[in-house]
Design a protein around this ligand. Structure first.
Ligand SMILES: Cc1cc2ncn([C@H]3O[C@H](COP(=O)(O)O)[C@@H](O)[C@H]3O)c2cc1C
Ligand SMILES: O=C(O)c1cccnc1
Length: 344
């Protein structure tokens, strides 16, 4: 594990100074000002460069626990949606098309052979489906390491393709159950405080889902004190790959815009593995899932958008991209007040 170097503090100061000197009233740009300063610090240059190459990776996988009444939808949706991303017809595809974001979908642990989809979608596949976490480990130790390394390799590929900003997305029926367990493990909270409705389960199913999450936490016991063991016991292949992707981005000094529950649960886990990683992350949106807000609070991240969105796929991150680009444009293109005033 390489140490995380923080975004450049000298550039951060220079950017904050430039922001304060813009031809606007002090503080008038609000959160847009702060975001621009963050981008500049992550780039190590002020003014920051425009974000022309923004890249989303959707990590897909199935979850054994989805066979046990925790989702409003059947697992067969997962491979169907992978095909839909490939066709560019999912919710996030529409947003990415509107905002010029490159999308890549990867089958990390889908319980299907996905015959006919381009081979590169399965280039990093770890296994077919992850274990039902309330009764068994999600992964073996070897699979956990392989999934984290797969995510790291994907981040390196995206960075080599010129990524200036990386986004993480998820697809996998049942995945809000392991993601909630990961947040509970990191924060030491009981299932009742973290578990939400995911795709929209009713009251009875929510109660059952809370029991299932708590069973997973109790089964894992002391292993939850360790973030990698947490992934092995109550995570999944796709979530472990997402953690590797986020770790590699932070280590490589490439900023990340986070999405909803799965993305943020993985960011929290990455920051447990490599403290300081979160300095490279910004939060795209606030999801309706309680665990997502709890994790954002722990990471000290304030979401850019709050739209009541609970789609996943990276949609909340992609929706926030124009706001981040706006922040960059302001810090780059607004005159300095001092340059407008006649010399004293
Ligand atoms: C058609 C459809 C498209 C989706 N796109 C993202 N999700 C989202 O919902 C799932 C998580 O919720 P739960 O844990 O309740 O199953 C994940 O697949 C997530 O990406 C979808 C779900 C459905 C049904
Ligand atoms: O927070 C999310 O991203 C989310 C919430 C519900 C279902 N799918 C995703």
């Amino acid at each position: 594990m390489n140490a995380i170097v923080a975004p450049d503090p000298a550039v951060r100061n220079a950017a904050a100074e430039r922001l304060a000197g813009l031809a606007t009233p002090a503080g008038a740009l609000g959160r847009l000002g702060e975001l621009g300063v963050w981008v500049a610090a992550t780039q190590g240059q002020c003014p920051p460069a425009p974000l022309d190459n923004v890249r989303l990776v959707i990590f897909a996988g199935d979850h054994g626990v989805a066979q046990h009444g925790v989702s409003a939808y059947p697992p067969a949706i997962t491979p169907a949606m992978v095909r839909t991303f490939v066709l560019g017809k999912a919710g996030v595809s529409a947003l990415a098309g509107a905002h010029g974001v490159h999308v890549r979908v990867l089958d990390i642990g889908v319980d299907d052979d996905l015959e006919g989809v381009p081979a590169d979608v399965q280039a990093h596949k770890v296994r077919r489906g992850s274990g039902a976490i309330h009764v068994e480990d999600a992964l073996s130790a070897e699979e956990t390491a392989a999934a984290i390394e797969a995510g790291r390799a994907v981040a390196r590929e995206e960075i080599a393709a010129g990524a200036q900003l990386l986004l993480s997305g998820d697809m996998g029926i049942g995945n809000t159950t392991p993601a909630s367990a990961m947040v509970a493990a990191a924060l030491g909270l009981p299932a009742t405080e973290v578990t939400g409705r995911g795709t929209g389960v009713d009251d009875a199913a929510l109660e059952h889902k809370q029991v299932v999450v708590q069973q997973a936490l109790d089964r894992a016991g002391d292993r939850l004190a360790d973030p990698v063991q947490t992934l092995q016991a109550v995570g999944s292949a796709d979530l472990a790959a997402t953690v590797g992707y986020l770790l590699q981005a932070a280590e490589s000094g490439v900023p990340v815009l986070l999405d909803g529950l799965m993305s943020v649960a993985c960011a929290l886990t990455a920051d447990r593995i490599a403290p300081g990683a979160a300095a490279w992350f910004a939060a795209g949106h606030r999801s309706t899932e309680p665990a997502q807000s709890l994790a954002l609070e722990k990471l000290g991240l304030e979401p850019v958008l709050d739209l009541g969105l609970r789609l996943g796929e990276g949609s909340g991150a992609v929706a926030a991209v124009p706001v981040v680009r706006s922040a960059v444009a302001l810090l780059r293109d607004v005159a300095l007040l001092a340059d407008l005033m006649p010399p004293a």
